[in-house]
Design a protein around this ligand. Structure first.
Ligand SMILES: Nc1ncnc2c1ncn2[C@@H]1O[C@H](COP(=O)(O)OP(=O)(O)OP(=O)(O)O)[C@@H](O)[C@H]1O
Length: 275
């Protein structure tokens, strides 16, 4: 696949939505007598949309993401993509974690090539594709650097390049910028939004940062405190092209304020033990 190919995806109908139907999840017991983390989640994530999952700490955002990824078994309900029901990890679904997850003993280039070779792609093509994605995330010149020689933001860009290079239809992101300083985080958010606009993957992005969710997403699901339920699904009617200037716009600030109040209600009811 070439860079032109990922750009073409913005006009293609090959994206994959995710249908989450009646999904509940408990930890500590196979039969539901442990900690109920998710309670009857029903959610349709549209093809090619950038969807944020927002909610108080411990509400089950990561659990839902891992269930979509097929990394933990679905106990109750179903999750389906264009490829059918999710029962295990699959190449059409890739995840980016908070802590970069690069191999420290491999260079940036080797880290990206590794994932491509595992998919059966030959060495020469893997290397040229890896270089394209290194350029995409603006790490040209750092191909031969080891993760320890990079800043946190650069490591995360390398991790995102590794994930994008294998061309998943669905990109699952678990607070990928949580470990970054505020300035780097801002730059990464802008870059991610721009990359998404070019590649038009279906993205599910977990965060507990309201501004991050509003800046990045087309729709935001607000979850209740544990056990996690979908309380609200909010459309983000902001321009598709989003730069730093959008943070000052009244519609951005109003929507952020409205969502902040909804999230805060969940956090307060959690602290009162209402869930
Ligand atoms: N492996 C596990 N064993 C037992 N309980 C777990 C396990 N993983 C998560 N939990 C519990 O399930 C609930 C949901 O956890 P999860 O990590 O999905 O929430 P989260 O919304 O992603 O939280 P945070 O925003 O703090 O990362 C939490 O109460 C947590 O304590």
């Amino acid at each position: 696949m070439t860079m032109a190919a990922i750009q073409d995806r913005s006009h293609a109908d090959s994206g994959t939505g995710i249908v989450i139907d009646g999904v509940s999840h408990s930890y500590g017991s196979r039969h539901g007598s442990g900690v109920l983390a998710l309670d009857n989640i029903n959610l349709d994530i549209r093809e090619n949309e950038f969807h944020a999952l927002l909610g108080p700490s411990g509400c089950g955002k990561s659990t839902l993401l891992y269930l979509i990824g097929g990394f933990i078994p679905i106990q109750q309900g179903t999750i389906a993509t264009r490829k059918g029901k999710v029962t295990a990890p699959g190449p059409e679904r890739s995840i980016v974690f908070q802590n970069f997850a690069l191999f420290p003993w491999k260079t940036v280039l080797q880290n990206i090539v590794y994932g491509l070779k595992k998919q059966g792609i030959g060495a020469a093509e893997a290397e040229s594709r890896a270089r394209e994605f290194i350029n995409l995330v603006q790490l040209k010149g750092f191909e031969n650097a080891y993760p320890s020689q990079l800043s946190g933001g650069m490591q995360q860009r390398a991790a995102i390049a590794r994930t994008l290079a294998v061309d998943p239809e669905i990109l699952l992101m678990d607070e990928p910028f949580g470990a970054l300083d505020a300035q780097t985080r801002r730059v990464m958010q802008e870059e991610l939004r721009a990359i998404w606009q070019r590649s038009r993957k279906t993205v599910v992005f977990v965060t507990h940062d309201v501004h991050e969710a509003v800046f990045l997403a087309d729709r935001i699901s607000i979850m209740s405190a544990r056990p996690g339920r979908i309380q609200h699904v909010i459309d983000v009617n902001l321009p598709q092209d989003r730069g730093e200037e959008i943070l000052e716009r009244p519609e951005f600030l109003e929507l952020s304020e409205r969502i902040w109040r909804l999230v805060r209600e969940q956090a307060i009811s959690a602290s009162r033990g209402e869930h």
